[in-house]
Design a protein around this ligand. Structure first.
Ligand code: CP
Length: 354
C-alpha cells in the first residue's frame, strides 16, 4: 500500500514535469553547464555541434593506427555502460556499442524484456534504476514515448544518478540520429552548413528522425525545409509550429518530383508501419515517395541523398553506386559522432585535440 501511494506521488510529479516547456526542462538534464543526459535534439547548439563534429573527425584520424586506438581506448576505460534496447535496432545499437569500445567503455546489454526481470513483473522504472547500481551510463531505446526522459528524470532524483542517452524514444525523438545526420551534412558540405534546402520525404508523421533533424536545423542560417509525404503522414503540427516560431521557411507537398531538383540534401525515410493501429499504411501508395535511379539526373550534382536506414524500397539499390548517395557513410558517421558525444559527456573531449 505504502509503495503504491509513493508510486502515485512520483508519477504525479513526473506528469507535471513532462508537461513543462522544453526550455524549463533542459536545466534539469545539464550539469555544471555541460549536457549530461542526452534526450532531445533541442539540447544541441551550433557551438556544441561544431565541437562534436571536430572531435569526431579528430577521433577517426587518431584511431587510424594501433597506437592511436590504444590512446582512445584509455580515455574512458574506467566507465561502464548499459545498452538497454528493447525496441529493434541494428545500427544505433551497434554504433553505440562500438563507440563505447573505441573509448574503452565496458558494456552490458539487454535487448528484450523477456530476458530481464520485467517478465516477473518488475516495473520498467525499477529495471532502469537497477542498471544504475552497476554502470555509469545508460544508453536506451524504448517504444514508450517519454520513457527515456522519465528515466533521466528518475535517475537525477536518486543518490546514484548516471547519464541517460536516448537511442530512440517512441515516435518522439532520436537525437543522436539527428547528430549523425547533421555530422554527415557537415562533412558532405565541407563544414558550410548555411543556406541549404533540405527535402525530407516519406512518413513524416511517425518518423522520429525527421522530427529531431528539424530541431537541429534551427542552429544554421537560412535553412529551408521541404516536407514531402502522403497526405495521411504529413509532419505533425508541433514541428510546423516550431518552424513558424523560429521564422524558418518550409513547405509541404506530395509532389516529390517537383522539388527534388532544388534540394541540397534529400532525406528519405521508410513507412513506419510498426505504429499502425488499423493497417493504415496499407491504404497508402508509397511509390511516389521513392527515390529511383531515373531521378539521379534530376538532382543537383552536389545534392546528397540520405536515409537513416533501414530501408525497404524507398531508394533503389542501384542508387547506392552514385557518389551522392551518402547513407552508408551516414551510418558509419554515427559511430564517430556518438563516440564524440560520450567523450564530451564524460569530459575527456579535450584529450581529443583538433
Ligand atoms: N537509424 C536507426 O535508428 O537504425 P536502427 O533502427 O537500425 O538502429
Amino acid at each position: 500500500m505504502k509503495r503504491t501511494l509513493e508510486m502515485t506521488r512520483v508519477n504525479a510529479n513526473w506528469g507535471e514535469f513532462y508537461k513543462k516547456d522544453i526550455s524549463e526542462k533542459l536545466p534539469f538534464f545539464t550539469k555544471e553547464g555541460r549536457l549530461y543526459d542526452c534526450l532531445f535534439a533541442q539540447q544541441f547548439n551550433r557551438r556544441l555541434l561544431t565541437h562534436l563534429f571536430k572531435t569526431a573527425d579528430a577521433l577517426r584520424d587518431i584511431t587510424q593506427n594501433k597506437e592511436g586506438m590504444d590512446y582512445a581506448g584509455g580515455l574512458l576505460s574506467h566507465i561502464r555502460a548499459m545498452l538497454y534496447f528493447v525496441q529493434p535496432s541494428t545500427r544505433t545499437f551497434l554504433s553505440f556499442l562500438n563507440a563505447c569500445h573505441i573509448l574503452g567503455i565496458r558494456t552490458s546489454e539487454i535487448r528484450d524484456t523477456s530476458t530481464s526481470s520485467e517478465v516477473k513483473g518488475e516495473s520498467p522504472e525499477d529495471t532502469v534504476r537497477t542498471f544504475s547500481s552497476y554502470v555509469d551510463m545508460i544508453i536506451m531505446r524504448h517504444p514508450t514515448p517519454g520513457f527515456v526522459e522519465k528515466t533521466a528524470w528518475l535517475m537525477n532524483r536518486t543518490d546514484r544518478p548516471v547519464p541517460i542517452i536516448n537511442g530512440g524514444s517512441g515516435k518522439d525523438q532520436h537525437p543522436t540520429q539527428a547528430l549523425l545526420d547533421t555530422y554527415t551534412l557537415y562533412r558532405s558540405f565541407n563544414g558550410d552548413m548555411d543556406n541549404k534546402k533540405i527535402v525530407m520525404v516519406g512518413d513524416l508523421k511517425r518518423g522520429r528522425t525527421v522530427r529531431s533533424l528539424t530541431y537541429l536545423m534551427r542552429n544554421f542560417k537560412n535553412i529551408s525545409l521541404v516536407f514531402v509525404s502522403p497526405e495521411q503522414f504529413r509532419m505533425e503540427p508541433d514541428i510546423l509550429e516550431f518552424l513558424k516560431r523560429h521564422n524558418m521557411p518550409f513547405m509541404e507537398t506530395a509532389d516529390f518530383m517537383s522539388v527534388m531538383g532544388e534540394a541540397d540534401a534529400i532525406y528519405m525515410t521508410r513507412i513506419q508501419d510498426e505504429h499502425d493501429n488499423a493497417g493504415e499504411s496499407k491504404k497508402v501508395d508509397y511509390s511516389p515517395f521513392h527515390f529511383k535511379a531515373e531521378h539521379l539526373k534530376l538532382i543537383k550534382k552536389t545534392c546528397v541523398i540520405m536515409h537513416p536506414l533501414p530501408r525497404r524500397h524507398e531508394i533503389e539499390v542501384t542508387v547506392d553506386e552514385d557518389p551522392r548517395a551518402v547513407f552508408w557513410r551516414q551510418e558509419r558517421n554515427g559511430m564517430w559522432a556518438r563516440a564524440a558525444l560520450m567523450a564530451y559527456i564524460f569530459d575527456v573531449d579535450k584529450k581529443i585535440k583538433y
